[in-house]
Ligand binder design. Structure first.
Ligand SMILES: NC(=O)c1ccc[n+]([C@@H]2O[C@H](COP(=O)([O-])OP(=O)(O)OC[C@H]3O[C@@H](n4cnc5c(N)ncnc54)[C@H](OP(=O)(O)O)[C@@H]3O)[C@@H](O)[C@H]2O)c1
Length: 262
């Protein structure tokens, strides 16, 4: 089995496949002096995000705290956001590692990448109120719209298609992506665990943006960001958490996901 470490060194694997797809010369029917097409970009050639500030809206909760801890531990500058600045500062102080706390608006303004980790119930209202603060920012939505009844968790169907599409509709001046849906907050927060053995599906409309989010996921040891399509396909990624909750209940686990053959 491939270890999380091996997977994290993904760029080393990419050349095995990349050259086969790169057209070395112009097509046969092209004029003799036509310039050769540029080789396809290596999909594992990701940007350096180590200098970017990451904000986490709702960062006082389990998921936000866990992500803040892991990213700060990896050396990222992190600001936790909350509806209450003092609550955010308290959570930041508990984590340490240079993490700061602020109200959600300040968190958004001071960050380059802003992870949305609030409950589905408060999603629309939170984003509407932060529209100006989030303008120009790379927003990463990790919200899973789920309902719970006696039979367990089930996927809700947002009017816009998904939480991520709702975010994109509410934040026309932001660059909205979706990722980090399938993580276990329990594992993220456990200081005894060094590596988080999982892939992170990253969705979005613009490659430069999804590359940044993939790179951010890759900062956490064991984790790898994998491009998984446009936002119109976010619904099934968000919904899959209902299945993972069933897996966790049956096997008493904190299940993650791996995408094979990439
Ligand atoms: N928990 C997981 O394992 C996990 C994994 C993947 C994805 N997610 C997603 O991440 C999001 C957060 O999950 P969580 O378990 O961390 O949730 P949570 O603890 O219930 O809430 C996170 C934070 O959001 C703020 N909040 C609560 N209600 C709010 C509202 N109505 N409007 C605005 N802010 C509100 C609270 O912070 P303040 O009171 O300080 O503002 C709270 O600490 C969810 O959408 C979930 O689907 C969770």
């Amino acid at each position: 089995m491939t270890s999380p470490d091996d997977v994290n060194k993904a760029p080393a694997k990419a050349p095995a496949k990349a050259p086969a797809k790169a057209p070395a010369k112009a097509p046969a029917n092209a004029p003799a002096n036509a310039p050769a097409k540029a080789p396809a970009k290596d999909p594992w050639d990701l940007p350096d995000v180590s200098g970017l500030v990451v904000g986490v809206l709702g960062g006082t909760g389990d998921q936000g705290r866990g992500l803040a801890y892991r990213l700060a531990k990896a050396g990222q500058k992190v600001i936790i956001g909350s509806r209450n600045a003092e609550r955010a500062q308290g959570a930041a102080a508990e984590i340490g590692l240079g993490v700061e706390g602020a109200d959600n608006a300040e968190c958004a303004r001071r960050s380059d990448i802003v992870i949305v980790a609030v409950p589905w119930d408060g999603h629309a209202k939170t984003l509407e109120s932060l529209r100006d603060d989030l303008a120009g920012k790379l927003v990463v939505d990790c919200v899973n719209p789920l309902g719970f009844d006696k039979q367990g968790a089930y996927a809700l169907k947002p009017e816009e298609g998904s939480a991520a599409q709702q975010a994109a509709a509410l934040l026309p001046e932001s660059r909205v992506t979706a990722a980090f849906h399938h993580l276990s907050a329990v594992l993220l927060s456990d200081p005894e665990i060094d590596e988080i053995d999982t892939d992170v599906m990253v969705l979005g409309e613009v490659r430069a943006d999804t590359d940044l989010v993939q790179a951010l996921a890759g900062r956490i040891p064991g984790m790898r960001g994998v491009f998984a399509g446009r936002l119109r396909n976010a619904h099934q990624v968000e919904s899959l958490v209902a299945n993972l909750i069933s897996v966790n209940r049956r096997y008493k686990a904190h299940a993650g996901l791996r995408v094979t053959d990439v």
